[in-house]
Design a protein around this ligand. Sequence first.
Ligand SMILES: Cc1cc2nc3c(=O)[nH]c(=O)nc-3n(C[C@H](O)[C@H](O)[C@H](O)COP(=O)(O)OP(=O)(O)OC[C@H]3O[C@@H](n4cnc5c(N)ncnc54)[C@H](O)[C@@H]3O)c2cc1C
Length: 388
Amino acid sequence: MIPTSASSDHDELRDALRALCAQFPGEYHRTHARNETYPVEFIDALTRDGWLAAMIPEEFGGAGLGLTEASIVMEEINRGGGNAGHCHGQMYNMGTLLRHGSDAQKAKYLPGIASGDLRLQSMAVTEPTTGTDTTKIKTVARKQGDRYVVNGQKVWISRIEHSDLMILLARTTPLDQVKRKSLGMSIFIVDLKQAIGNGMEIRPIRNMVGHETYEVFFDNLEIPEENLIGEEGYGFRYILDGLNAERTLIAAECIGDGYWFVEKAAAYVGERTVFGRPIGQNQGVQFPIAKSYVNIEAANLMRFEACRRFDAHEDCGAQANMAKMLAADASWEAANACLQSHGGFGFAEEYDIERKFRETRLYQVAPISTNLILSYVAEHVLDMPRSF
Ligand SMILES: Cc1cc2nc3c(=O)[nH]c(=O)nc-3n(C[C@H](O)[C@H](O)[C@H](O)COP(=O)(O)OP(=O)(O)OC[C@H]3O[C@@H](n4cnc5c(N)ncnc54)[C@H](O)[C@@H]3O)c2cc1C
């Protein structure tokens, strides 16, 4: 295995995850990707061993670990050839409930989420007509008696068919009646089994990465008022609070992908002989692989700095965003180097490279695009003028 800057930390944790992931080889993930099916057995095994409940406090049945350890779980899934995109929602969506839910909501949902009996894998924010400009969302929730009635549309909402619960962001006060555009939005817990067919419809979106994701339509969906999380009107702030964990975990997934690509490429170029010598003897072949390794290592340091700050309850917005961007760029660079060094074989399904190449490309766009990270750094870290 290639050395990594954090290889001596958390050895036990990594060994346990590697043993689990080894039971699900490339062929397993490849078959699910090809058939666009959900890797149920793999996710069940991760759930059974408690990995997806890493960040849930022990009092609610979780492992009570930090973001550092949780990020290692995500990294190892991707480093082992899998795709944590199938389950990362279960790891971080509960954070919104944990931080902003009432005691009653936490007691009702968190133990079930920790055991895996309840899956909170979906979070519905993005809309087709407003995109990244989230404060303009058009989905509305109107209070009527003891319930909210929801109308509107979402897009790219992932893992709905493998979730029991979904967090929904909707506007509760019209944009032209709020002091700040970020106010007047609220978040709700949606019981998906009750909702689908009763005011909520879903339509799968076939996509490049076989990611289970949907268009969602709300037509007078009724949500009981006790499903409002926190205070009405502050939902956008609550969602933002959860993003640092999400970005750091996804950075770790990209780092796992990056090491997977580098390892695969370095091994292959040492074996593949063309013109009478291993192709890896040519510096033109070595350097792109070495360069992507250097960049993954650098991104990894920023990821662990984001984790350290998060776990110490320090502000980590800048580090989480930068880690996500650096890691996504580095994994994409490694993906290209790996594909290129495999020549034609990189395109063959059985090598898994083309699958992971597509999977890692997603993270330039979702859950936040690179441009929006640069905009965050420009405005919030470097104090440049706001552009929107
Ligand atoms: C497979 C997949 C799964 C997803 N899962 C979920 C989910 O579970 N829940 C959810 O809510 N969303 C989900 N998303 C949505 C995802 O978060 C968005 O696609 C992403 O945030 C980008 O938003 P958009 O697609 O609306 O792009 P747009 O906002 O339309 O932007 C398009 C491009 O323009 C650029 N751009 C836009 N404005 C600016 C600007 N001012 N300056 C510079 N560049 C700009 C962006 O960087 C981007 O590259 C998912 C998306 C995918 C593809």
